[in-house]
Design a protein around this ligand. Structure first.
Ligand code: SF4
Length: 317
């Protein structure tokens, strides 16, 4: 397996250390810059600077209801940048068709993905808002993986996001190379255990989408497949589901390893189920046995090797 194609990730500029916040500061995120930055390229965007607000600038905030939100100046309520941020988001979405994920800055009235302070007419705030730029961008790019920097501190959410980014990159490569029935079927086969760990029902629905590919509009099938595939990967995978996938894969070794090795592998999967070891432990053991006893089908499964191992994401889940 190769990660030759580095995903490009859109990102709120302040997270890379650019001093573009309203008060002239940055919010550099060490993990994003130092660790993830080794394996991806970033496309930084600061919507507030892009619409001409300048740095430093008077602060803005969300005002209204979740259904009808405006972005208004805190000190001067006659300042309303709602349309400017929304228009910029639409233009940016059209220019970012090649990116494979997006990391947003939390709590921002422009970039916040959820739970942003939203002020009502009496000036009271509830965490019910979505940043104006983020909201339009997410609507325009519904299959793109989005995540906030704060949520990336959660090991499960972090692994889920990075898995989606690399899977989406592979999907974009497939589409970029020109759609064929064979390429779609191959993609589906190679993601079998990954998708099944997230949702068996989704894997079956995806299979049905690909069951009749002769004489059909492949682009339409691919659009439907992409939406279903990315929605499936968004679902959280609990230990039980990983155990299920690991045991299925273990079945391919049945005739190839002796009873001691089988027991060691089963013990490792059970230890993972009991939360005594992280996912990387049974994964490493499986890969070790498949190196000694190669299996063409399992070797092709992205589930065993979905993103650069040195990110260490499976050490923490
Ligand atoms: S949160 Fe968004 S708008 Fe605010 S400084 Fe960062 S990139 Fe700019």
């Amino acid at each position: 397996m190769t990660y030759a194609e580095r995903p490009v990730i859109g990102i709120s500029s302040c997270l890379l250390g650019q001093k573009v916040r309203y008060d002239g500061t940055a919010k550099r995120d060490h993990w994003i810059v130092e660790r993830l930055g080794k394996y991806v390229d970033y496309r930084p965007v600061c919507p507030e600077v892009a619409i001409g607000l300048g740095t430093p600038r008077p602060p803005i905030r969300l005002v209204g209801t979740p259904e009808s939100t405006r972005v208004i100046g805190v000190e001067d309520p006659s300042v309303d940048v709602t349309e400017a941020l929304e228009d910029f988001a639409l233009n940016t979405a059209a220019q970012l068709r090649d990116i494979s994920g997006y990391v947003l800055m939390s709590k921002s009235p422009s970039c916040g993905m959820e739970r942003v302070k939203l002020y009502n007419a009496r000036g009271q705030a509830e965490k019910k808002g979505v940043g104006a730029y983020a909201r339009v961008l997410m609507q325009a790019l519904p299959n793109l993986p989005f995540e906030e920097e704060g949520r990336l501190n959660d090991a499960v959410l972090r692994e889920n996001f990075i898995n989606r980014v690399f899977a989406y990159r592979r999907w974009q490569t497939l589409r970029g190379n020109g759609l064929t029935a064979k390429a779609l079927l191959d993609f589906h086969a190679r993601h079998k255990y990954m998708v099944m760990a997230h949702s068996q029902a989704a894997y079956q629905r995806l299979g049905r989408l690909l069951s009749h590919l002769k004489g059909v509009d492949l682009a339409a099938v691919a659009d439907a497949y992409e939406a279903e595939f990315m929605a499936a990967l968004k679902r959280r995978v609990g230990r039980k589901r990983h155990v299920n996938a690991l045991q299925h894969i273990q079945g391919y070794l049945k005739q190839r390893i002796d009873s001691d090795d089988k027991q060691e592998l089963s013990d490792s999967i059970e230890a993972y189920r009991r939360e005594e070891v992280p996912l990387v432990v049974p994964m490493k053991l499986l890969r070790h046995y498949f190196r000694r006893h190669p299996d063409n089908y399992i070797d092709q499964q992205w589930y065993l090797d979905p993103y650069p191992e040195s990110l260490g994401l499976r050490n923490a889940i």
